[in-house]
Design a protein around this ligand. Sequence first.
Ligand SMILES: [Zn+2]
Length: 463
Amino acid sequence: MSELKIYNTLARDKQTFSPIEPGKVRLYVCGMTVYDYCHIGHARVLVVFDMVQRWLRASGYDVTYVRNITDIDDKIIKRALENGESIGQLTDRFIAAMNEDAGALGVQRPDHEPRATRYVPQMLELIGKLEKNGLAYKASDGDVNYSVRDFPGYGKLSGKSLDDLRAGERVDVNTGKRDPLDFVLWKAAKEGEPAEAKWDSPWGCGRPGWHIECSAMSSDLLGDHFDIHGGGQDLQFPHHENEIAQSEGAHQHTFVNYWMHNGFVRIDNEKMSKSLGNFFTIRDVLQKYDAEVLRFFILRAHYRSPLNYSDAHLDDARQALTRLYTALKDVPPEAGGLVADEAHAQRFAEALNDDFNTPVAISVLFELANEVNRSRSPQQARQLKALAGILGLLQRAPADYLKGGVPASGGLDEAGIEALIAARKAAKQGRDFAEADRIRAQLTDAGIILEDKPGGLTEWRRA
Ligand SMILES: [Zn+2]
C-alpha cells in the first residue's frame, strides 16, 4: 500500500506522513465562533477534516481529533447584548445548530470539542510562561500583548519576513502595542461588558485573546507537540502564525509537524460576503439541496483548491450522486463475501494517500459504478458502497436518496422535518423570530403543516 503524503503548508511541499507516535495521529482543527449559523465556508472545513480523520482511521491509525469551539469574543458579546440574552444562551443555541448542520452533512463528532471558556486557567498559565520567557508584556491600555520581534521564528508559516508582514498591517495608533504585529493575549475588561465575559488574572480582570485559546486547548488535549493542525486558508495568517509563536515561545520546541489548510469557498466566482449579498448559511443551501449533495460537492474538489459554489454546480453534483445511487439501486449489494476487485480499492487508496485527493478517489467510484452497471455484480456494488462509505457517501438506501434527492421541495424526510422543527424552536427561544418564520415558510413550501401546542410542543402533518 502507498504511503500517505500530506501537503505541509509549513514546508510548502508534499511530505510523507510520519506520526510522532507509531500508529497514532493527534489532529487539531480550528472550529467555529458560535454567534450565528454556519455558512458554506464552515461546511467546507467541517467536511474536509471529517474526510481527513475518516481516512486516517480507515488507514488503521488511532486518531485523536480535537475541534475547538470559540464561545467568547467581541462578536459574541455584542450579539448577546443585541439579542438581550446571556452569552451562555447564545452560544449554547448556536453550538446546537452547528452540531445539527454538521450531522446533516454526515460529519462525525470529533473526539473532543473543547469550549474556550472552560480553558481560561490553562490560557493564563501559558501567558505566564510567555511573560517569563520575555515574550509577553502588559501595555499601557491594560492588555497583555505578545512581542513578535522577540520570537525569531515569526513568519515561518506564511513564509514572510517581519518587514513584509508589517507592510501589510494597518498601524493602529490607539493601542499600547510596541510593534504593529504584536497581538493580544489577554484583553483588559472594559466598562459595560457583562460579568460572563470577565475573568480575574494576574494582569487584571479581562478575557483571553482568540489565538491563545487554540494553543492552550491543543496542548491540554494533545500535548505540546502533535502531528497535524488544520483549518481554513484564511487562518494561516495571523491566527496560525500566532499559535506557533505562542506554543513554541512557551515550550521552546516544535509545536506541530504538519499544517493543513483548505482553500476558500467562492460564490459564482466572487468572494462570499454579507455585503455582496451572496452569503449562504448551510441551512440556506439545505432548503434547496439534499445535504449529501453538498457533502459530495465539497469532496469532489481537492481540499486545497478554491471551491466555487453555484446552483449550476450543485445541480451537477446532484445528478452525479444520482448516477452513483442508481447503480446501487439496480444492483443491491448483498451482505458478506470478499471484495471482488482489488484494483479499484488500491487506486482509491492511492488517491487518498496522495494528499487526500478526493476528486481522483471519487472518479474511481464512478468507474466502479460503470462496472456495476455492466456486470450487475452484487460484490462490486458492495465494494462501491464500502469505498464511498470511507468518504461518508452512499450509505443511505438508494430509494431514500432518489426520492429526496430529485427536486427539493417536498423531499424532506421525517428526520429532516423533525430537525427543522427543532431548529425553529431553538430560533424562537433565542428570539430570532425571522429565522423561526423562515423555517416555518420552508416547511410550508415543502407541504408540511405545523401546529403549535401548549408547552412548546409542535405537531406536524403533510398537507
Ligand atoms: Zn485556532
